[in-house]
Design a protein around this ligand. Sequence first.
Ligand SMILES: Cc1cc2nc3c(=O)[nH]c(=O)nc-3n(C[C@H](O)[C@H](O)[C@H](O)COP(=O)(O)OP(=O)(O)OC[C@H]3O[C@@H](n4cnc5c(N)ncnc54)[C@H](O)[C@@H]3O)c2cc1C
Length: 628
Amino acid sequence: MNPPVRINPETGLKLFNTRAAKASEKIAGKGYSVLTDQKLKELPELPAGATFNAEEQAKYRAFKEARRGAADYMAMEGEFKKYLDDVYSEPPIPREALTDTCEILVVGAGFGGLLLWHKLSEAGFTDVRFCEKGGDVGGTWYWNRYPGIACDVESYSYLPLLEEMGYVPSMKFASGFEILEYCQNMAQKFGFYDHCLFHTTVEATTWDEASGRWIVQTDRGDRMRARFVLLANGILTTPKLARIAGMQKFRGKSFHTSRWDYNIDLRGKTVGIIGTGATAVQAVPELAKIVRRLYVFQRTPSSIDVRDQRATTDEERATWAKEPGWARARRARFSKISAGRTAIQANDDYLAGKIPEIKKPKKYERVLSPEELLQKQLDSNFRIMEQIRARVVAIVKDPKTAAALKPYYPYGCKRPTFHDEYLQTFNLPHVHLVDTAPHGVSEINERGVVHEGVEYPLDVLIYATGFQWMGTSTFNMITGRGGRTLKEKWEREGTKTFLGLHSHGFPNLFIVTGPQGGGGSFNFTDAIDAHGDYVVWMLQTMRKAGAHIVDVRKEPEDVYAEHCRDVDIATAPLRDCISYYNGEGNAAPGSLAYYGGGKWHKYRIAAQSTLEPYVFEGGDLTDSLAAE
Ligand SMILES: Cc1cc2nc3c(=O)[nH]c(=O)nc-3n(C[C@H](O)[C@H](O)[C@H](O)COP(=O)(O)OP(=O)(O)OC[C@H]3O[C@@H](n4cnc5c(N)ncnc54)[C@H](O)[C@@H]3O)c2cc1C
């Protein structure tokens, strides 16, 4: 077996062997089952003519205002740090601390890291090193292994490089376990493992002006130097906990859904799950199949749309085998309809390229003002939510439970969810929804959860309380020019980036799918793809010209940040609720996700053709400009 660090005799570069062994064979999860009951897979009729009138608007507002200030999350520190332990891998492989230099250092080995490696190595960049906190690749799909986990974007469009991998996912919505295996297979096939330091958390990244390099320090004692640093550390990586009085007192077993502890046998147990976001919606139906009694503690209901899970058909396999580029073409079609829910329920015939358009764009008799257009969008959004609320009533038998499960906010304001078993689960006699609206669970004691004076004794308590969203500036201490950290800069000036990828004063740093990063859509691997292409273009441009440092100028960054703020404000009525997408209602406009759609590409293309936003050091960029 190879040592953890060795030298490639041909290139002189270091190669690694740090992938950790599996911690347990007990993990044998799967995603959704395929349902045959058509009633559970249908939505009631779309209510024609229903409008988002003053009365309905007031209802939405009251729902939102009642919850204002209720979200109080805390980091997993001190006694709660144990919830972050890597339960999936054996302890880290011992290795020497590294103090050498590489050209490109990438933080993260999820789809971001994997796709970057594929693109960089294809473009001839080989001196690339990855640091990954976990014991293996996969990122999101390494950490999240709860029962029922599956992707929400159809897997034929979500999984990247299907043609290169010669793979067809087994289900329309592949389970997280299948996706994890796919990531591992990608890593094997493209030689990724040789380049990755697993169980290595980057703690500080500091720009050294004198050498024009980043100094990267890790929790393994490394102090490496890199010309370029690429942050591919994900948008939903850091789990968070709701702060609840007395939570440290609980004497039963407990864990967060992103570190699912399969050593705890849940069979025959009384289990409580706090949180009803996208994770809980997938996990609750599976939990209900195992446990003796299940309490689901809900503050705000999710919108539960139709899933319609199915296995990949023999016909699809046969057709795709004969169609080179089938997945790329499908993914491109998917991106055209991915603005929300149509993406999920997209017509297979359209995605398969059998029909040219899923739906004709609506034509109005006259040109509508932006306000009128927004009202139209709000009305159709309202009708979708009416349909989703009607679905709750059609499925859930107990009227009180059904009422509590109805969401009152615009579709897409919180992360939309899709499931055909979740609502039905609440008809089971051993499953109880505990409605803790609007403020959430108020107390936890030695025995379990207490709400409104009622104690719910539990054997196991599961926190499905989600993740920090878009926390790039806080992942590790990133110190740029003049000793200023990215966190300080953004706290003082608001989030400031160019394309989401650069931030002025942080040369040779690329942020993949961070705040203000557009170019993708509902399908995150699309954004990773677009950002990866951009990074490779920039590195190639610099290599060709002999440039070694790139920073972005302040003015274009200010203009871009203002653009992000403007589009966020203009589209905010469509996201008018308390949600992690808007920092629980507290985020400054334009500081988190990007809402400008295709305009990101316009900014990018303009920048790439004029090179105006950038300041390069070393080399001559004249030829690159002429080539564009
Ligand atoms: C449960 C769940 C389901 C999802 N389903 C979908 C879906 O259906 N469709 C979709 O488009 N998106 C989905 N997402 C979003 C998903 O995160 C992205 O699709 C994609 O997997 C992100 O890949 P990434 O590599 O950018 O980030 P990640 O997969 O989050 O990987 C980042 C990696 O960086 C590592 N890391 C972070 N900080 C450090 C550090 N300081 N040092 C070292 N390593 C570090 C982390 O350990 C992690 O492994 C889902 C997210 C979750 C949580």
